[in-house]
Design a protein around this ligand. Structure first.
Ligand SMILES: [Fe+2]
Length: 371
């Protein structure tokens, strides 16, 4: 058996190359858009690509699966319920794929997405039992995948992780993410075991009700360019350029500088509409980071753009993305709307950029009819 985990530092994703050293057949699971790295491995090791498996339709990175299959052959595999516009081998729960002497057993583990599968790796020459499981975004290290990217649901996620916990303690867990937006509390390690997670994953100690409500809490912040990325992965559009693939330098300004704004500047609030409605910098326009790549036409290229979010991290990545796509005069507001409010500045409310009188609640957030 050959097994390699490949970590993508930019998006926090993990992909995998599994192969039989006997038959030289290989499977690639959840490939990133940078397919050169897998091609190099296949070439160096003399492996022939037999399967490319996406554990689910990804919302945070463009999959390299179709390109790998086009260029190297092999079968493109997804769970049978996947809603995509291209041909694929539909996998069923408990189905086993042969890879030389190895067996890849499919477990349907919906929750993060309805079509999400986990893959048990079995090497019968060593043991009839599985030794590893690739969990996609079901069970993560110290966390579970978020169910709020569209189509997912927390109750299914509960059932799925409970199913995974029925595996023996020794089974090594290799998730689809080690950091990034698909979870809320990943510990950062790239792998774990079923036994360790059973003991120390805080979410796995919760009963169904508290588990479901803990995943439903808070305003979901969908990943950067999720709309364009998901449509691309479904085959409904082709926007590989929706990925942030560079780290251009972006000026970060503080809120005092925002107060002295030149009148032609555009304040671009990249939070979710619900967050924006609950209080934003007066005059700011709202394009959520998830819709940024598909909403570029709404932004003027001849005026300075100041990206702002809640605390400054989403806006920094959004500003980097704008720079990557050719917007020259872009900055990110350090500390975000929280810092603006903490400095005693006036907020505007509602789902347009019109200014109203602030109504501050106990928590400091103002409400304008939204729950
Ligand atoms: Fe995901």
């Amino acid at each position: 058996m050959y097994f390699k985990q490949i970590l993508d530092e930019r998006c926090g994703c993990a992909s995998y190359l599994v192969a039989s050293r006997q038959s030289r057949e290989a499977a690639i699971v959840d490939p990133s858009t940078d397919t050169d790295q897998y091609e190099e491995l296949l070439r160096e090791r003399g492996f022939r690509l037999r399967y490319v498996i996406d554990t689910h339709v990804h919302a945070d990175h463009v999959s390299g699966a179709r390109r790998l299959v086009t260029e190297h052959g092999g079968e493109l595999c997804l769970h049978e319920s996947a809603q995509v516009s291209y041909e694929f081998r539909p996998l069923k729960d408990c189905e086993e794929l042969e890879l030389g002497q190895l067996r890849l057993r499919v477990l349907h583990t919906p929750g993060h997405r309805p079509e999400l599968i986990s893959i048990l790796l079995i090497n019968p020459t060593r043991s009839p039992e599985p030794s590893m499981v690739l969990t996609g975004d079901s069970l993560l290290v110290g966390d579970v995948g978020r169910p709020d990217f569209g189509g997912g649901d927390a109750a299914s996620q509960f059932e799925s992780v409970m199913r995974l916990l029925r595996l023996p303690d020794w089974v090594a867990v290799f998730p689809g993410h080690f950091e990034g937006p698909c979870g809320n509390g990943m510990c950062g390690r790239p792998s774990t075991t079923i036994g360790f997670e059973r003991l120390y994953n805080p979410l796995l100690h919760l009963e169904r009700g508290p588990f479901v409500s803990s995943l439903a809490n808070g305003v979901p912040a969908r990943p950067l360019n999720m709309t364009a990325i998901e449509l691309t992965n479904r085959g409904l559009t082709d926007m590989p350029q929706a990925m942030l693939t560079t780290s251009p330098e972006v000026v970060e300004i503080d809120v005092e500088a925002l107060e002295r704004l030149s009148p032609d500047s555009v304040v671009l609030d990249v939070r979710e509409p619900e967050e924006y409605a609950h209080g934003h910098v007066p005059g700011a326009i709202n394009v959520p980071q998830a819709d940024l790549a598909s909403g570029l036409d709404e932004l003027p290229r001849d005026r300075p753009i100041l990206a702002i979010c809640r605390g400054g991290s989403r806006s920094l990545r959004a500003a980097q993305y704008l720079k990557q796509t050719g917007f020259d005069r872009v900055a990110s507001v350090k500390g975000g709307t929280e810092a603006w409010r903490a400095a005693g500045n006036r907020l505007a409310f509602g789902d347009t950029s019109g200014v109203e009188e602030p109504r501050i609640t106990e928590s400091g957030w103002a409400h304008a009819g939204a729950s």
